[in-house]
Write a protein that binds this ligand. Structure first.
Ligand code: B12
Ligand code: SF4
Length: 567
């Protein structure tokens, strides 16, 4: 399911540079793989934007929720994936500053410098190419990731190779390695530096889910979808792990290595591949794995499963595109998404909805009703995104053919959270932002903090499944309830008070849920809110004040070397 906006028809999946070309040093070449430089949550000449921080939730999901917004960072998994699958000495530099990047270039003699970026970050990629030419002139520069989809990118940046599409096989070929060798999955902790209500959650081993990447791309080919387009478009995708057995093995390895029982499955439409998912379930049952899975799936794919199958598979969090009921996307055909959301939540599955603002049929007269409809899903989380033609997508091509693209919009502002980058038939550019901002606010005001909503879904799941015959399922809910009931009750205590100034009704509902937690919790968890609640209320208010003063958060710089030998 689309995490964000849209984009490309990847006509040259293997890059514009001759793919037969190999690096003369082959697998002896020293490779640096870097993400683009920060700081990110500020406005600058390189395309950083304060409204586009390097955060998932705060960027496009909970950004209107103030101190209740879920703040966390995610590593750059694409370059981690490449690093894990080459035998050349390799360093991954994640979230560097320009100074970090310069230092790394100067202190190590890299034969290949691989830069990973998405379209919004093209100016940073350009600057990093320039820096590499200046500081490490012998290095071959390879640029990959979605930035490669920009038309005319070859003339915008000074790179030797621009790789469109899947990068592991490209890099293996370039280094003279076997591109068909089985994929080694890196050990990835899904998120880091998680923060909510003014506190940073402790980073214990096993506390955060592991990211698993079974495939890239999506065969559904929705017109706006960048990830589908980048990996081949409609009917195409690249599978790293074809079967449920392969997936099970990778997950078991991650369970051992990272001590996790929960997995963030980074596959655009995980449930679409039913055979693979059902085989995974079989293996989970055989080996008694009480795992929890966070997945992306379209409504039509979810409907291929019974609720019981989803629960047994451990699906505990589901990202689903709601787009708009009138949009006519095939993935939504025949789906009553409100009913589906309600049902999922009743089974303890947290739902993250995703709605597009500014579809072709939207007008100033109907958009409010469409947003109200979206909000009435009462999902646990809700992402709103502007309809955005992104280079490479069928939508971009269409808008370009129709002469509707706004030519003077900086790529740094084409991220779906600012203003339209095209001429909409009925809604102005300024209004696009107003409607978008209002959607986030309305969802928060009517449905309350997402933390409250996920507590409610957990409670529903717990009540339903605490005595379930399948012990794997029981264990999963008991695990979450045991670990979280005291924390959730305390957070609810603080939320109830803090939310009074936003909406008294929702505050009352939070109170009612807190009482349920009280009944269902053990003695310790019943006592905890009296102590922890006031502390959380204090940290929440302190965070509100910090945010009001303009406080932002940045990810840490990370450097990881593999197959390393000093030069
Ligand atoms: C995790 C993630 C993030 C993380 C940050 C990740 C990071 N450290 O940079 C967060 C949540 C912070 C984030 C933020 C944003 N993101 Co984001 N994000 C993703 C997500 C979900 C997963 C990325 C991933 O790891 N995929 C799996 C890996 C294996 O695939 P990959 O990265 O594409 O890498 C492969 C190839 O591209 C290639 N490759 C990649 N790098 C390189 C480098 C070299 C040298 C080579 C050869 C090849 C290569 O090889 C890899 C293996 O095949 C994708 C969606 C998706 N399904 O990919 C969106 C996605 C990348 N994000 C996107 C966007 C738009 C954003 C935001 C602007 C938010 C928004 N408003 O939508 C912000 C930008 C933040 C910023 N300031 O830069 C878009 C990009 C659109 C585009 N065409 O540019 C995507 C595709 C989502 C979508 N469908 O719209 N994002
Ligand atoms: S269902 Fe559509 S929007 Fe979602 S990932 Fe697939 S192609 Fe993209």
């Amino acid at each position: 399911m689309e995490l964000h906006t849209s984009s490309l028809h990847a006509s040259h999946l293997n890059g514009h540079s001759g793919i037969s070309e190999k690096h003369p040093k082959g697998a002896e070449a020293r490779v640096l793989l870097s993400s683009v430089f920060g700081p990110y949550a500020q406005d600058d000449e390189f395309g950083s934007r304060s409204i586009n921080p390097m955060e998932l939730y705060h960027n496009q999901v909970t950004r209107a929720q103030g101190s209740f917004s879920l703040r966390m960072f995610h590593r750059s998994w694409g370059i981690m994936m490449i690093q894990a699958n080459i035998s050349a000495p390799c360093a991954v530099l994640d979230f560097p500053t320009r100074e970090d990047f310069a230092r790394e270039l100067k202190t190590n003699h890299y034969d290949v410098v691989g830069l990973s970026g998405i379209i919004v970050n093209v100016a940073k990629v350009r600057e990093m190419c320039r820096m590499t030419r200046e500081l490490s002139p012998h290095s071959v520069i390879v640029v990959g990731g979605h930035v490669a989809a920009i038309p005319g990118i070859e003339k915008m940046i000074d790179a030797d190779h621009i790789v469109k599409g899947e990068g592991v096989s490209w890099m293996r070929r370039y280094l003279g390695e076997d591109e068909n060798a089985p994929i080694q999955h890196p050990a990835i902790v899904s998120g880091m530096r998680t923060r909510i209500m003014g506190i940073c959650l402790p980073e214990r081993k096993g506390a955060t889910a592991a990211t698993i990447i079974p495939s890239v791309g999506c065969p559904m080919g929705c017109n706006f979808c960048t990830t589908s387009a980048f990996f081949g478009g409609k009917g195409k995708f690249v599978n790293f792990f074809e079967t449920g057995d392969e997936l099970f093995d990778v997950m078991s390895r991650m369970e051992d290595e990272l001590k996790v029982k929960s997995f963030f499955v980074m596959d655009e439409n995980f449930l679409l591949h039913r055979e693979r998912a059902m085989r995974l379930l079989e293996r989970m049952k055989e080996e008694h794995k009480s795992w929890a899975l966070s997945v992306f799936a379209s409504a039509n794919a979810i409907r291929k499963y019974t609720m019981q199958e989803l629960v047994e598979l451990g699906v505990s969090w589901l990202w689903m595109g709601l787009e708009s009921p009138r949009a006519g996307y095939s993935k939504l055909q025949g789906a009553d998404t409100r009913e589906l959301t309600r049902e999922l939540r009743e089974h303890g599955i947290r739902v993250q909805g995703s709605t597009i603002i500014g579809l072709e049929h939207h007008t100033p007269d109907n958009i409010v009703a469409e947003i109200e409809h979206a909000v009435s899903h009462d999902t646990d989380f809700h992402q709103f995104m502007l309809y955005t033609p992104v280079p490479g997508t069928p939508l971009y091509q269409q808008m370009s053919d129709e002469g509707r693209l706004l030519r003077d919009v900086d790529y740094a502002d084409v991220h779906g959270q600012f203003k339209f980058n095209f001429k909409h038939a009925a809604i102005s550019r300024e209004d696009s932002k107003r409607f978008l901002d209002w959607a986030f606010w309305r969802d928060f005001q009517l449905n309350g903090p997402s933390l409250y909503r996920i507590s409610r879904t957990l409670m529903a799941g717990w009540k339903r499944y605490k005595d379930w015959p399948d012990t794997r399922v029981r264990e999963r809910f008991a695990r979450e309830m045991g670990r979280l009931s005291g924390i959730y009750s305390s957070a609810l205590w603080a939320m109830e008070r803090q939310f009074r100034k936003v909406d008294r009704n929702v505050s009352g509902e939070i109170r009612a849920l807190r009482q349920e937690f009280k009944q269902e919790s053990g003695m310790w968890s019943r006592m905890l809110p009296a102590v922890l609640g006031p502390v959380l209320l204090w940290t929440t208010r302190r965070e509100e004040r910090r945010l009001a003063r303009g406080k932002t958060y940045e990810p840490p710089t990370i450097l990881e070397r593999s197959n390393w030998v000093e030069a």
